[in-house]
Write a protein that binds this ligand. Sequence first.
Ligand SMILES: Nc1ncnc2c1ncn2[C@@H]1O[C@H](COP(=O)(O)OP(=O)(O)OP(=O)(O)O)[C@@H](O)[C@H]1O
Length: 242
Amino acid sequence: MAGEPTPDVLALTGLSWSVGGSAILSGVDLTVGEGEFVAVIGPNGAGKTSLFNLISGLTRATGIHRGRVAVDGADITTEAPHRRARRGIGRTFQSSSVFPTMTVAEHVALAARVGRVKESDALDRVRLAEKAGALAADLSHGDKRKLELAMLLASGAGRLLLLDEPMAGVASGDVPGLVEVIRSLHRDEGRTVLMVEHHMEVLLGLADRVAVMHHGSLLAIDTPERIMADARVQEAYVGEAL
Ligand SMILES: Nc1ncnc2c1ncn2[C@@H]1O[C@H](COP(=O)(O)OP(=O)(O)OP(=O)(O)O)[C@@H](O)[C@H]1O
């Protein structure tokens, strides 16, 4: 007999945020299932980063909030960011945040102090083990991204990964390696991923569904192929490449 249905890892209901009278997010409803990969796209200023901020709790003290954020069925709308991290929410930012004078291994050791993951394991999983002794300042941009992922894994906060434009600034030759690392965290380890990414060619074969943000609302959510063929999406992107 089938057991109880598992709650969605993430469920956003009527999520809205306004600052100084301007609506930045309006009534976003979105559910993400366990092990699902959802890409978030949308023109500049559509609200993608704000959406991630509301899920990770970074904007709690700013503006007017409405709606609900639930993780594994628990309402976390007013929870502090560190408590959300303990539930497994791991977040990366548009620009890399590593300490130039620390080595790769030192970064991961620091993160592992709050998690229970072996440091060498975290580096292996992002394919950075051979650079353990390198200074972060000497890493390519793609390797800095991998290091941030290793830190999330080591800290134990990577069951639901929120990746904000991980390919931004990464040299084109390093993109396939980084895509492979993200693919393996999702496909081989079953992690749930929400990722902002502008390049549809990266998302084809990676994302199960693509959510399109436009003017702070969710315009459409569907398979990458159907999203690419959606006339409303094409219209939202007038003047920008999809
Ligand atoms: N703390 C804030 N206070 C006021 N306005 C904000 C704040 N954060 C974001 N905004 C505004 O909200 C809108 C959406 O910004 P956001 O960064 O979420 O968009 P985005 O889709 O991630 O854009 P991009 O693709 O350019 O990164 C923008 O007009 C931005 O200026």
